[in-house]
Design a protein around this ligand. Structure first.
Ligand code: NDP
Length: 419
């Protein structure tokens, strides 16, 4: 019996909420709150009659701690699931702290305005000290550790697919397959086709920022930074086939480097087609990926936000997307003194996701783990005071729920490796 407040009502939220409603013995009551209340009402109308979860909706601006505190105080949830944008992570954590309610999210903090001088000063210091230049990092949220501990509440960070399931796969590999993990290659392959010349599978602003940034990987205790898309490999993905993939910086590298003892190298690769890369480069070259406001016909606009308005809404890609995703981790290491390599992965079919919850596989592979992480906090299996990444908890109940709720996984004990 529990009451959940979900913040955000986009692609990922839609799936997470559908999945909560399939698990209504845990999620007895749920409030969907977002900036555009009409979207929350439409989702409520779609689900009502199909679930015993009692759904209400609310309007909230999650950039305002005061509005959040008011909503949390009125609704009195047992936990808050943040599936709005990474920009809102800190205001939502602050509100949870004030109201002493558990917090769960799927992406680490990143500021909306990267020109803000106060943020920029801290960012530039971090770039120098840590050696990676991504705008997002865990330091902001890890800084809440003592405050959450003192308040006796849990923050579960990054329970999507990557980060999220990939981190749980790592904890599972360490628990059941290795005495020591030496290398981790996280592979994110989307073999889906939506038929548009250019569209992003999740929030365009977040997606394009991530992909156009420098790459980086963790090796022998420090970061190695690359130019964007500098490192390219080909991999033959089970059930998808051969795809080009590129090394990116990704947030779980930072937490896995901290939490997996003795790991020597962690890399992250994502597949991209040539058409996607050509479009992105062109948009970048003309300034459309910029987050700095410009004046246009007497009004201030942010180029990437304008671009977002032109691109297809990721939530609308569901009916058109065909093909499969294959996301997982290749681990090398030692067990009982012997070298060992395994690939743990999930294959997800875009059209099957659409038939089940009306969404494509990218939102599905994030929304299902968002529900699972939240359920584990709410049922007490993953509840302890402080701020945690998913690999810090027992992976077994999470792995069981992945099989049960639509993301079955495979352990290949003889996989091809990435050079
Ligand atoms: P969408 O853009 O589809 O949805 C975001 C939602 O948040 C929208 O409903 C939006 O409202 C709402 N929102 C934005 N700003 C505010 C605000 N100030 N106050 C209240 N609501 C707000 O994004 P996605 O669903 O694709 O992504 C959601 C999250 O999931 C992101 O943080 C993303 O980074 C993360 N993610 C994580 C992945 C993982 O594997 N770990 C993979 C993919 C995504 P409105 O409808 O009004 O715009």
């Amino acid at each position: 019996m529990s009451r959940l407040l979900v913040i955000g009502c986009g692609g990922v939220a839609g799936v997470a909420i559908h999945k909560c409603c399939q698990n209504s013995s845990v999620f007895t009551e749920l409030c969907i709150a977002s900036r555009t209340k009409e979207k929350c009402d439409a989702l409520k109308a779609e689900l009502e009659g199909k679930t015993s979860t009692v759904i209400t909706t609310a309007k909230v601006n999650a950039d305002s701690k005061e509005e959040l505190v008011k909503l949390i105080s009125e609704y009195k949830p047992d936990a808050v699931l943040n599936v709005a944008l990474p920009y809102q992570d800190l205001t939502i954590m602050d509100a949870c702290l004030e109201c002493k309610v558990d917090y769960i999210d799927t992406a680490n903090y990143e500021p909306e305005d990267t020109d803000d001088p106060a943020w920029r000063e801290i960012y530039e210091k971090r770039c120098k000290e840590e050696g990676f230049t991504a705008y997002f990092d865990y330091s902001w949220q890890w800084a809440y550790q003592e405050k959450f501990k003192e308040a006796g509440i849990t923050a579960l960070l990054g329970t999507g697919f990557d980060p999220g399931v990939t981190s749980v796969f790592t904890a599972y590999a360490l628990k059941h397959y290795f005495d020591e993990i030496e290398t981790i290659d996280i592979l994110d392959c989307n073999g889906g086709d939506h038929g548009y010349p250019f569209a992003t599978n999740f929030n365009p602003e977040i997606n394009l920022r991530e992909v156009s940034a420098n790459g980086s990987y963790w090796e022998n205790g420090h970061w190695v930074e690359t130019e964007p898309m500098e490192i390219k490999r080909e991999y033959d993905f089970p059930q998808v086939g051969k795809k080009d993939m590129y090394l990116l910086h990704h947030e779980e590298i930072e937490s896995l480097a901290k939490n997996i003892p003795g790991v020597k190298r962690i890399r992250f690769f994502m597949t991209f087609g040539q058409s996607y890369l050509t479009h992105m480069k062109c948009l970048e070259n003309v300034g459309m990926l910029s987050t700095s406001p410009i004046m246009f016909e007497g009004r201030e606009i942010v180029p990437i936000q304008f671009l977002k308005a032109l691109l297809p809404d990721p939530a609308s890609l569901g009916p058109r997307t065909v093909g499969k995703t294959n996301i997982g981790c290749i681990f090398t290491g030692k067990k009982d003194g012997k070298e060992k390599t395994i690939y743990i992965y999930n294959v997800c079919d875009h059209q099957e996701c659409y038939k089940e919850v009306g969404s494509q596989a990218i939102s599905y592979t994030t929304g299902v783990p968002a529900m699972i992480g939240t359920a584990l906090v709410l049922t007490g299996a993953w509840k302890k005071p402080g701020v945690f990444n998913v690999e810090e908890f027992d992976p077994d109940p999470y792995m069981d729920m992945l099989n049960k709720y639509g993301l079955p996984w495979v352990v290949d004990e003889n996989p091809a490796t990435v050079e």
